[in-house]
Design a binder for this molecule. Structure first.
Ligand code: ADP
Length: 267
């Protein structure tokens, strides 16, 4: 993990170096600011769940006999939840590091969109258990050349966000349709949506629309990773607001392969 952190710090500095029109002094200040922001963000995201784990485990040890069984169950649930959050954060950091190092080589093969959406939905079943889920797939969608692992992760990140940022009881919709030489997969929710000036920035590492979003189980990396993975597969992903009602919509556009041979796809 320390290596990953060091890599990310180094990459942040490297990126700043590429900004040609900043003069040397401005560049040094910007490098410093970015590296510090990155470190603050990362240490917050690691220490908050760790503090919870330590606190709950210590309480269990010190008060063991005095605790009613429900309290023990709650403390154990907190430990597991926070450890999962740490796990997710570290997995995200590693994905991000791989992306920034240019080490994500998609393993493309013909994939059925509806099947991949199904698999992703199964993976987030627990997270979405308080929401209604609606799947609207156009019939006869063409197979796409995708890396199923990367594509599934993209969908999981978008669905995870819909679950986090739209209230319980609302509907999360996954829609897929063909449009010319592309297939468009959209994840729509019924939350507050996004302010216009955040539509592009939500794909930046560690960017959060509201300060309070930090407190939720997020890492601030989900959308940056989604964009990196979609880019790697030759597609695009954008954020917007629904036109029919309040809510965010994330749209993934992927090219339909030029020539389709049964059983195989030639690009
Ligand atoms: P996080 O781990 O904080 O969710 P992401 O990169 O996935 O990080 O998202 C970045 C930010 O974009 C979130 O903190 C939140 O402010 C905003 N956001 C993402 N998805 C949604 C959504 N469906 N509705 C409203 N805001 C969203």
């Amino acid at each position: 993990l320390l290596d990953a952190l060091a890599d990310m710090g180094a990459l942040a500095i490297e990126r700043v170096r590429l900004v040609e029109d900043l003069d040397r002094a401005e560049r040094a200040a910007e490098t410093d600011r970015l590296a510090r922001a990155l470190l603050t963000s990362i240490s917050h995201d690691l220490r908050t769940p760790l503090a919870s784990v330590l606190g709950s485990a210590s309480t269990l040890r010190d008060l063991d006999a005095a605790l009613p069984p429900e309290a023990k169950t709650d403390l154990l649930a907190t430990i597991i939840e926070e450890a999962e959050r740490l796990n997710r954060f570290i997995a995200n950091l590693l994905d991000m590091t791989r992306l920034e190092a240019g080490a994500v080589a998609p393993n493309l093969s013909a994939q059925d969109v509806a099947e991949t959406v199904d698999t992703a939905l199964r993976r987030v079943e627990r997270v979405l258990s308080a929401h209604r889920v609606s799947v609207e797939m156009e019939a006869d969608l063409p197979a796409l050349r995708l890396d199923p692992v990367l594509f599934e992760q993209v969908l999981v990140n978008l669905l995870d966000n819909a679950a986090k940022y739209a209230p319980a009881g609302t509907t999360v919709t996954v829609r897929a349709r063909r449009e010319g030489r592309a297939v468009i997969i959209a994840v729509l929710d019924e939350g507050d949506g996004l302010p216009a000036d955040a539509l592009e920035r939500v794909f930046d590492k560690f960017y959060r629309v509201r300060l309070s979003d930090r407190v939720r189980a997020g890492t601030g990396l989900g959308l940056a990773i989604a964009r990196g993975f979609v880019d790697a597969m030759g597609g695009t992903v954008t954020a917007g607001n629904r036109s029919d009602r309040p809510g965010a919509v994330f749209t993934v556009t992927l090219p339909v392969p030029a020539r389709t041979v049964p059983g195989d796809l030639a690009a």
